[in-house]
Ligand binder design. Structure first.
Ligand code: PMT
Length: 225
């Protein structure tokens, strides 16, 4: 068999939602199914890569041949990513990580004794931004790929994320009007510092293969290659 475009490359991928505990039985979550990230993991494996997948709670089977770590919260996902980071050549952040979590989760189940309830939230770690900070300036700096979930101004917000987080590639998707989260198909507007490519709406497994082809191309021009 001919070697794939990512033959032997070490790829780290995040996928799915996170769950942030409110009390022992409740959490704050989101509508990510994990399908996009799991499809990217399978496509990277098929391209010859050694794939590590750090994922939040999803009802999906781990693609055979992929090394998976299941986590629940943003903090756990952050720790698992840092633990797997060494030697990574491409980091792809498809996870829908909670941006806020309850500041002090209750140790006991909250009782409905009051008419209203206010939850105080605090920021979670930004995993992708932290990875970008840690690898900045390294000779073997991995190629950093972020996703951007937007409900409008797709190109503008995605370019902002590319620059603000110091990324090599951003894959932006619209998540309004029944698109993105949870659905079987998706489309991506991919931006890098001096170019862009639109990957048209199609099933997530095929879309993931097109994204992996683009990532393999970008890797060719990556300084640490
Ligand atoms: O799982 P599916 O149902 O298939 O849906 C796929 C998807 C819509 C979730 C996926 O295609 C997608 O868009 N993922 C990113 C969702 C997101 O949270 O985007 P964002 O614009 O808020 O974050 C920007 C980037 O920073 C993302 O790469 C995200 O993984 C990363 N991030 C964000 C916050 C945080 N605390 N840590 C992060 O690493």
């Amino acid at each position: 068999t001919t070697p794939g475009p990512l033959q032997g490359r070490r790829i780290l991928i995040t996928a799915g939602p996170t769950r942030e505990p409110v009390d022992p039985v409740r959490y704050l979550g989101n509508r990510s199914s994990g399908r996009m990230g799991f499809a990217v993991a399978a496509a990277a494996r098929d391209a010859g890569a050694r794939v590590t997948l750090v994922h939040g709670p999803c009802e999906l089977a781990v693609p055979p041949g992929v090394q998976a770590h299941a986590v629940e919260t943003a903090a756990e996902m952050h720790a698992a990513v840092l633990e797997a980071l060494e030697g990574t050549e491409v980091f792809i952040a498809t996870a829908a990580v909670a941006d806020y979590r309850p500041a002090t989760p209750a140790a006991q189940k909250l009782k409905k004794t009051r008419e209203d309830l206010t939850l105080e939230l605090e920021r979670t770690p930004d995993i992708l931004a932290d990875v970008a900070r840690r690898v900045d300036g390294l000779a073997a700096r991995p190629l950093l790929v972020g996703f951007a979930a937007e409900t409008g101004n797709l190109r503008e917000y995605a370019r902002d994320k590319l620059v603000a987080k110091g990324l090599d590639l951003v894959a932006a998707n619209r998540v309004d009007g029944g698109r993105g989260f949870g659905h079987g198909d998706n489309s991506l507007l991919c931006l890098w510092p001096d170019g862009e490519r639109e990957l048209p709406r199609q099933p997530k497994d095929r879309l993931a293969r097109e994204l992996i082809t683009l990532i393999a191309e970008r890797l060719q021009t990556h300084p640490a290659n």
